[in-house]
Design a protein around this ligand. Structure first.
Ligand SMILES: Cc1cc2nc3c(=O)[nH]c(=O)nc-3n(C[C@H](O)[C@H](O)[C@H](O)COP(=O)(O)OP(=O)(O)OC[C@H]3O[C@@H](n4cnc5c(N)ncnc54)[C@H](O)[C@@H]3O)c2cc1C
Length: 406
């Protein structure tokens, strides 16, 4: 007979969203279970780990896993723009170490993580979602719970099977090598724009300590059907000066991944269900940034689930609070990122060169706020005081209108 395991909160996916939800839901009384299909938490790696030092510190990421970076460089076919920061605002994290740390925190709080466990099919009782059929270490097993949290990332298992999301029309596909080289400064990150790197999307050079550097290329579907791996190979083997600057190197790891890029799903909750992270499209599309959002919003999902169970009501009316919470913090940023991404996805090399000409004169603090998606009154005031001419450009007009209404 198939084994049945019961929990209060069942989380599908042991990435940032799932691990945060697990920690937040584990209040000492609830049974919280996380299913992760991989053999390890945090490996294989499907992401690059670029983020923001202050924000990750605020989320409790241990300092030793945050690699600080002081120089941000944008490189297009015929132009460059560089920004230096006294405080290392940008960082790249040791993915495996951070995710393992998050998993330790969730487990010590009381959650139980089952690796090598693939959730496959949703289970319903009297028309209400109540669990999943899974395969654990090769054996079928049934997991039942009062609330499910779909944190299964790009595959969005529960969201798709329950009809709350459909496969992303717009998404980024990435291929990345983790190389070891003494030639690249560990203090500088580069964003690569234009056809020398990718037809649509961007490339990156992300150092993260001990001479390790992640070099990757992302392609934005459906605008291009190109496979990012041959593009990465062609760039590294080619004569581009940047590729030369990385020489000599060894490739120690190869990473692949996909990230949704069409904005958030219309509804991120239902009876007995919350959807968090990439599964809900909670990504800043311009840079494909999602780790910090997934962790932050995952915590909101875990807290909401725990509160609902404490109230004895896991209906969608009770769980709707979750959507109010995350939208308040991130909806505008995600929306605007999706709109701005729609604009830059058709940029030619000449347009990227011109965009970098404009960017060169922009205050570094403004560049940072734009990259982080902090589209608020503070940003509008900063632009008005330091670079008012920026509001002549379409993208900036869109941001100002969204913030001020005019
Ligand atoms: C190439 C690339 C580069 C990126 N670079 C950055 C970056 O530099 N900075 C940044 O902030 N973001 C980056 N992102 C985006 C970021 O990785 C995601 O937004 C983030 O990982 C979302 O976290 P999540 O927990 O929602 O999903 P994920 O991290 O995808 O975690 C989902 C987990 O669920 C598991 N899972 C899936 N299906 C099942 C199932 N059926 N049963 C059990 N387990 C399952 C998966 O194995 C995985 O561990 C990048 C994405 C890609 C593809």
């Amino acid at each position: 007979m198939t084994e049945i395991l019961r929990s209060d909160v069942l989380i599908i996916g042991g990435g940032p969203a799932g691990l945060a939800a697990a920690k937040a839901a584990s209040d000492g009384t609830l049974r919280v279970t996380v299913l992760e299909k991989s053999l390890e938490i945090g490996y294989p790696i499907h992401t690059s780990g670029g983020s923001w030092t202050r924000e990750l510190r605020a989320l409790g990421v241990p300092e030793q896993y945050i690699h600080p970076i002081r120089t941000l460089q944008f490189i297009s076919s015929g132009n460059e723009a560089s920004f230096d920061y006294d405080f290392p605002e940008i960082c790249v994290i040791d993915i495996r170490a951070v995710y393992q740390n998050w998993a330790e925190q969730a487990s010590l709080q009381g959650a139980v993580i089952h690796t090598n466990t693939l959730a496959q099919e949703l289970l319903y009782e009297e028309g209400k979602l109540c669990g999943v059929k899974a395969v654990r270490n090769g054996n079928p097993i049934i997991y039942k719970a009062k609330v499910l949290i779909d944190a299964s990332g790009f595959s969005a298992l529960v969201a798709r099977q329950s009809g709350l999301s459909s496969p992303s029309q717009s998404y980024g596909k990435g291929a990345e090598y983790e190389i070891v080289t003494k030639s690249w400064s560990q203090d500088k990150t580069a964003i690569l724009l234009g056809s020398a790197f990718t037809p649509v999307g961007y490339g990156w050079v992300f150092p993260y300590g001990k001479h390790r550097v992640r070099v990757g290329v992302g392609v934005l579907a459906p605008y291009s059907k190109a496979d990012p791996m041959p593009l990465l190979e062609a760039f590294l083997a080619g004569s581009h000066p940047l590729a030369q600057k990385l020489q000599p190197y060894s490739i120690l790891e190869t990473h692949f991944g996909s990230v949704p890029n069409s904005g958030y799903i219309a509804k991120s909750y239902a009876d007995n269900l919350l959807i968090a992270g990439d599964a809900a499209g909670q990504v800043l599309g311009l840079a494909g940034e999602g780790i910090r959002l997934a962790y932050d919003i995952g915590m909101m999902a875990g807290q909401t689930a725990a509160e609902a169970i404490a109230h004895g009501d896991t209906s969608e009316q009770q769980l709707a609070r979750y959507e109010t919470l995350w939208k308040k913090k991130f909806a505008r940023s995600i929306d605007l990122n999706a709109r701005l991404n729609g604009i830059v996805s058709s940029y030619t090399d000449a347009q990227w060169d011109r965009a970098l000409d404009i960017l060169k004169d922009v205050d570094p603090e403004i560049v940072l706020a734009l990259m982080k998606g902090y589209f608020d009154l503070r940003l509008v005031k900063l632009i008005l005081s330091r670079n008012p001419g920026l509001f002549a450009h379409n993208a900036m007009k869109i941001i100002r209108k969204a913030v001020t209404g005019s």
